[in-house]
Write a new protein. Structure first.
Length: 184
């Protein structure tokens, strides 16, 4: 029994009382059972989570939440409000982020390989050191996005016009034929 409770508490650090408990129990007992409707009813904000891989969080309001070093691989975050959320060193491989609002999000050293970011708003976001190899970026907004050391090789749908609004450094890797200006 105590091992079970320790495992639940380690899975999700409670950032919202009842919500934290529901996320912990829901994810531990019913993987993939997290649904947007429950999050909307609870008015979720400021969640801190470590393992939400494969969860359905489409259209959830999760601004200012901390997913740092967490597993969100294949998580459905389509249309989610993730403004100023933290994803430092998070695993977002194959995550569905189409139309998500990631303005001012901290995605430093995040693994976004094969992530679906079409039409996502990444304005003023930090993607320094992030791996975006094979990510889908058609129509994503990158205005004032920091890409220092990011790897965008093989990114799908990335255009020069998108990169013109971002900045990077000499360690940034972009698809052949594209370039990005240096950060001030």
């Amino acid at each position: 029994m105590w091992a079970f409770l320790r495992r639940v508490l380690r899975r999700v650090m409670i950032g919202g009382g009842l919500l934290g408990l529901l996320l912990a129990l829901g994810w531990t007992l019913l993987p993939g059972a997290l649904r947007t409707s429950a999050l909307h009813r609870l008015g979720v904000r400021h969640v801190t989570a470590t393992d939400l891989a494969g969860a359905d969080l489409a259209e959830a309001r999760l601004s200012d939440s901390n997913f740092g070093d967490g597993s969100l691989a294949r998580t459905d975050l389509r249309g989610a409000e993730l403004t100023a959320a933290t994803f430092v060193e998070a695993d977002l491989r194959g995550a569905l982020l189409q139309g998500a609002d990631l303005r001012q999000a901290n995605l430093i050293d995040a693994d976004l390989r094969e992530a679906k970011l079409q039409r996502a708003r990444l304005d003023d976001a930090w993607l320094s050191g992030s791996n975006l190899r094979g990510a889908y970026l058609e129509g994503a907004s990158l205005t004032r996005t920091w890409l220092m050391g990011a790897d965008l090789r093989g990114a799908h749908g990335l255009t020069q016009a998108q990169l013109d609004g971002a900045c990077a450094d000499g360690d940034t890797r972009v698809p052949s034929g594209l370039q990005v200006r240096s950060c001030p």
